[in-house]
Design a protein around this ligand. Sequence first.
Ligand code: NAD
Length: 321
Amino acid sequence: MAHHFITGVAGFIGSQLADRLLAEGHFVSGVDDFSLGTEGHLASARKESRFHFVEADVSNPDAAKDSFARAVQAHGVVDFVWHLAANSDILAGVADLTVDFKRTLGTTYGTLEAAREVGVRRIAFASTSAVYGEREDILEEESGPLLPISNYGATKLASEALLSAAVESFLENVWIFRFPNVIGPRATHGAIYDFVKRLTAYPGTLRVLGDGTQCKPYLHVSELMDAMQFIVAHTTDRRNVFNIGPRGEGTFVRFLAEQSIARVAPGTSIAYTGGDRGWVGDVPRFSYSTKKLKRLGWTPRITSDEAAIRAIDEMACEQGL
Ligand SMILES: NC(=O)c1ccc[n+]([C@@H]2O[C@H](COP(=O)([O-])OP(=O)(O)OC[C@H]3O[C@@H](n4cnc5c(N)ncnc54)[C@H](O)[C@@H]3O)[C@@H](O)[C@H]2O)c1
């Protein structure tokens, strides 16, 4: 059994990953500053003696080093780091560059400094389709030039670069996973999250950013974790870059709104704000190639639409519906 360290462990994906690794019998340590994650997400992990948590801001290298040192004290050498801490509120980063500079790039810097200090050799990183910017072609790992259109995408790309460079100095392997939209229980943000919450609180009219024709791939968090674990188990390159996506094409925002209404508040009308995108820095349409992942031997089981319907139901259940 290995000792895994997760940054952003109280977030949506981090807490799901912690629960999965603990269920597999691993030791799990994690850090979070609760800027976006919640204590409630740690409820099941907290029951395990193999779980160790430190509340700290990993963009501060001293705090990051302290959290890693405490993890080593608790469970011994850290075998693997999952670096998930970031600003996931993309709109907040549009308004203020310091948000992504600190929380998305700064957390990578702090994590790398701490990882070096305690002798970590392997890191997986949660990157994003946003590093590709707005492109007409199907996004492949080799697509370029990479010209992000949001501060979030820009600082994720800068993080990728820092991780790549660290392979030359102290890391043996790095995995860069470019996620599309990830959905499922415990989500802390995103269109489905907003729709379900707003429909629960204010049924009647649902305000939807853009004209509903935005179309992106949505991946269920369970499939994301399957894919990440599969890739780590089946790759040994020093730098491993993979898109992870659902089966088939993406899902229209209009579909998300209609399905959310059908599940949460039937009869609600939709008010589109208009325009081809939801906000500044939004990439309204993209298609993801997951051929590289298929060649490695992993295929997603469900489509983006199926993942959306499942996640809407799960999130409605979380609201007690
Ligand atoms: N969910 C998605 O659709 C999606 C898509 C692409 C990439 N990602 C990436 O995956 C990762 C996890 O995303 P998520 O959806 O679980 O988001 P999330 O916001 O739920 O989780 C991120 C966690 O990081 C924590 N955090 C932020 N700044 C921190 C800091 N300075 N120190 C310590 N903790 C800090 C937050 O409190 C939060 O718990 C993020 O890096 C995100 O950018 C997510």
